[in-house]
Design a protein around this ligand. Structure first.
Ligand code: DC
Length: 221
């Protein structure tokens, strides 16, 4: 009997509004794998904390909210707001929060036949052995415009300059924190989507992952 293959994990990391979410959901469709947007976990923790009237820098309360996280609430629209993104970046700097969310993400990645996870530390911390890793990025001005369009479509009125400032602040916080800072894993393929439309970015990502999958399958022969 042929032994079962281990899970095929696709790690997609990158800064805010780089296009990593769109790329990850396209890959999940193309490779028929479940997808976890791990940013939503941090957004949900921040939201729970705010609803409970606790401060975002209260590490113990944040860790408690992370441990009690209900995964069935991740599709709530209030988690997609500008304020939720900013608050998520703040709670994500607490090592206790990251530790509480580690197992949920590792369990998701361990399912058969595999999974696509997108975030900041998937390739470096959550799934360091993932056979396919992408680091999706784009110039800050391009990311700001994309995020601004998204927010406008959700009905949030904010200027492009404010969104660009948000992005700069979030990049600095997400890359500068001590606990699992945003960085490109050494073995991740860089995908700069600055000058790509959605379908070109999705096609390029699919080709990168197809090549990684072929290499991975050959390693079992
Ligand atoms: O991807 P996003 O914008 O939804 O993420 C919101 C914040 O959550 C982001 O600014 C940093 C944090 N985050 C993280 O630290 N690690 C992850 N794997 C995903 C998100």
């Amino acid at each position: 009997m042929t032994p079962a293959l281990p899970p095929f994990v696709v790690a997609v990391d990158g800064p805010a509004a780089s296009g990593k979410g769109t790329v990850a959901s396209g890959l999940a469709r193309d490779f028929a794998l479940p997808h976890l947007d791990t940013g939503l976990l941090y957004r949900a923790v921040a939201h729970a904390l705010i609803e409970a009237g606790r401060a975002l820098d209260d590490a113990a309360a944040a860790a408690g909210a992370a441990a009690a996280l209900d995964l069935s609430v991740l599709d709530r629209p209030e988690l997609r707001t500008r304020a939720a993104g900013e608050a998520a970046s703040r709670v994500a700097a607490h090592p206790q929060v990251r530790a509480a969310l580690l197992e949920i993400q590792r369990r998701f990645a361990a399912q058969s036949p595999g999974a696509v996870l997108d975030g900041r530390d998937i390739g470096a911390v959550i799934a360091p052995d993932a056979p396919a890793k992408l680091f999706v990025t784009a110039r800050p001005e391009v990311r700001a415009e994309r995020r601004w369009r998204q927010l406008a479509a959700q009905g949030e009125v904010v200027s492009l300059d404010e969104v660009l400032a948000d992005i700069g602040r979030r990049d600095a916080r997400d890359s500068g924190r001590d606990a699992a800072p945003l960085r490109q894993a050494e073995d991740a393929v860089l995908l700069d989507t600055s000058d790509m439309d959605i379908s070109t970015a999705a096609d390029t990502a699919r080709r990168i992952v197809e090549a990684a999958r072929a290499r991975w399958l050959r390693s079992f022969i």
